[in-house]
Design a protein around this ligand. Structure first.
Ligand SMILES: *Cc1c(COP(=O)(O)O)cnc(C)c1O
Length: 396
């Protein structure tokens, strides 16, 4: 075996059919490659799916989250409670506007925000003074403003605990941004993710539940915010502005028609795509139950539908995850540590003075989590192969 030999199973794969290919060709053969009918169709499909008044398509999940931060009026020094156990984009969008992410540790079962801690943090941050200090980063928060928002993440496709989060934001008049970039189709107490807060965002990178290549979608019921987001994604052109008039500082966050065409067709297949991912997760769960040394993903009681984004197992405490990953890679099974904690990323440590030990549950999950190959097109044989090799790597 040489180092560049292919893996036995891909880490992830999109699930595309001739229907998607035909729609993209339709766009290629048309004169409209941006801001056309496919974007409208895709927006309508997502709005209908989650029951949102507005869906605003953008060219990445990160762009979508950034526009939520702008629409929320989050500015320099504002405090936003969020999770250190996430993909970096959920915190980066706060840094784009010089706001201060206030990390709160997570629930060990799901990796989602620990709501007991969030309740304490909100009360302390609103009280201010010494009480607030213990939640703030060591550095980079000297001239901080008020607590303005909570940015919750639905980690690995499982909804955060929204009942209590929504109560909190109502009680203290905070904004709630839902990073649902990993949870399209998930349900919390039978309600789909995306709209528990003021704004929610989905993402469509090729490993997500549906893909547009690159792309994202904001959902909201707020007319004013939706209008602002539409202007901001299009270089700050307000309704009525002509092509070279710009009412405010905006961005090019537009999705193109080829990507939107992919998304529009993928949404006609959404239930099939989610069901196939559930089937693969079930195949894994059956086999992993018999393997010593690892834990299958944990599902909270409020999760009435998990939308499988990645399949992340945890090695039992005391077992060396990195060594296991190395063995699996050598045996041509691709795996990824999921997530490396955000507060321990070099630029975060530098700006805010974070240290190892600051968020112990996040760090423990970060050391023990391992994503196995996963997609809706994986076969039962491929799952079997991964599990057999995993078993042998754990016992060798
Ligand atoms: C995928 C993802 C995003 C957005 O990613 P993009 O690559 O910008 O589309 C944001 N937050 C989380 C938690 C994600 O998993």
């Amino acid at each position: 075996m040489t180092d560049n030999s292919p893996f036995l199973v891909p880490m992830s794969s999109p699930d595309l059919t001739d229907a998607e290919r035909a729609r993209v060709m339709e766009v290629v053969n048309s004169p409209i490659l941006s801001m056309g009918k496919q974007t409208e169709l895709f927006e309508k499909a997502i709005a209908d799916f989650v029951g949102a008044k507005h869906a605003v398509a953008v060219n990445s999940g990160t762009a979508g989250l950034h526009l939520c931060v702008r629409a929320a009026g989050i500015e320099t020094g504002d405090l936003v409670i969020t999770t250190p156990f996430s993909f970096v984009a959920s915190s980066n969008v706060l840094l784009f506007e010089k706001a201060i992410p206030v990390f709160v540790d997570v629930d060990p079962l799901t990796g989602n925000l620990d709501v007991d801690l969030v309740e304490k943090a909100v009360a302390d941050l609103i009280a201010g003074g010494e009480a607030a200090k213990k939640w703030l980063p060591r550095e980079g928060a000297r001239n901080h403003g008020k607590l303005k928002a909570i940015l919750a993440v639905d980690v690995f496709g499982q909804p955060a605990d929204y009942e209590r989060i929504v109560k909190l934001v109502k009680k203290y008049d905070l904004i709630l941004i839902e990073d649902s970039c990993e949870s399209l189709g998930a349900e919390y107490k039978s309600v789909k993710t995306g709209l528990f807060g003021d704004y929610g965002v989905f993402a469509f990178y090729p490993n997500k539940q549906i893909t547009t290549g690159e792309g994202g979608m904001i959902v909201t019921n707020d007319d004013k915010a939706a209008g602002l987001m539409r202007a901001l994604r299009n270089q700050g052109r307000a309704p009525g502005d002509n092509w070279l008039q710009h009412t405010e500082l905006g961005y090019n966050y537009r999705i193109d028609e080829l990507s939107a065409a992919l998304g529009a067709v993928q949404m006609t297949r959404i239930e099939e795509l989610l069901d196939k991912r559930q089937q693969v997760a079930d195949w894994y769960a059956d086999r992993l139950a018999e393997i010593q040394g690892i834990e299958a993903p944990g599902i909270a009681s409020g999760t009435t539908r998990n939308s499988w984004f990645v399949y992340v197992i945890k090695v039992k405490p005391g077992l060396n995850r990195d060594l296991l990953a190395e063995k699996l890679t050598k045996a041509r099974i691709p795996v990824r540590p999921y997530f490396l904690p955000i507060h321990l990323q070099p630029y975060m440590m530098k700006q805010f003075g974070y240290r190892e030990g600051d968020y112990p549950v996040t760090e423990d999950l970060g050391k023990r989590g391992l994503a196995l190959p996963f997609s809706g097109v994986m076969t039962e044989e491929q799952v079997e192969t991964v599990c057999q090799i995993l078993r042998s790597c754990l016992t060798s």
